[in-house]
Design a protein around this ligand. Structure first.
Ligand SMILES: CC(C)(COP(=O)(O)OP(=O)(O)OC[C@H]1O[C@@H](n2cnc3c(N)ncnc32)[C@H](O)[C@@H]1OP(=O)(O)O)[C@@H](O)C(=O)NCCC(=O)NCCS
Length: 187
């Protein structure tokens, strides 16, 4: 499928391009990204950023993973993906200096609006989220976006050593409100 753009009041979401490699490499120097996203290994080189952009292009082509660069005032501030392999689930990161502005709930909301749009032929019934236990910033984003906390268990995806680390999980259904739900392990 062809990539497409989503927009919010402050953000533009569009597929990463080769011109984004430098910004992605710079953001991915952050040890916090490597801690919570197994695919971001150090040293994170320009070559790895280019590989990631190629992977994102393939994901769009096959329709198995839709990846957008999150852009604020023209700068790439983070990345968000909707994976459509075994189940539909969402993953995201923001560069360290772009956190704390509420960008991620805004970006997730735009992806959910598209994913649940009844007029979208590719619409889905629900979107899952998971993070390593203790990643309270990620859980806060899912909670703010209206996901329901589903508990903890082995992560759906293996980490770099092939393990499925204990993870927090959540899900939001097309008919759900976007209001915060009770039951999250973080305030
Ligand atoms: C997860 C991650 C994207 C969350 O980033 P973040 O900075 O906490 O999220 P946001 O930028 O959306 O900021 C949310 C905060 O900004 C505040 N905020 C500031 N201005 C705002 C605005 N205009 N609108 C909404 N919220 C705003 C919110 O109140 C919120 O603060 P709170 O958490 O104290 O309530 C980020 O921590 C990250 O990239 N972590 C590493 C990678 C990672 O773990 N990814 C997830 C793997 S599962």
């Amino acid at each position: 499928m062809d990539s497409f753009t989503l927009a919010t009041p402050r953000l533009k979401l569009s597929a990463p391009t080769p011109d984004d490699a430098g910004a992605i490499r710079e953001h991915c120097q952050d040890p916090l990204l490597s801690r919570y996203i197994p695919a971001i290994t150090q040293p994170y080189t320009l070559e790895k950023a280019r590989e990631f952009i190629g992977f994102a292009e393939e994901g769009w082509h096959s329709g198995t993973e839709l990846t957008w660069g999150i852009r604020a005032a023209g700068d790439l501030v983070g990345v968000i993906s909707l994976r459509r392999v075994t189940a539909d689930d969402i993953g995201f990161w923001l560069g360290a200096r772009h956190r704390g502005h509420g960008y991620m709930p805004e970006a997730v909301g735009a992806v959910l609006d598209w994913a649940f749009d009844p007029s979208n032929p590719l619409r889905v019934e629900s979107v899952g989220w998971e993070c390593l236990i203790g990643n309270t910033a990620s859980a806060a984003v899912a909670r703010k976006c209206g996901f329901t906390f589903e508990g903890e268990g082995p992560g759906r995806r293996a980490d770099s050593s092939g393990e499925h680390p204990l993870s927090w999980r959540g899900r939001i259904w097309a008919a759900d409100s976007r209001e915060e739900k009770p039951g999250w392990p973080v305030v």
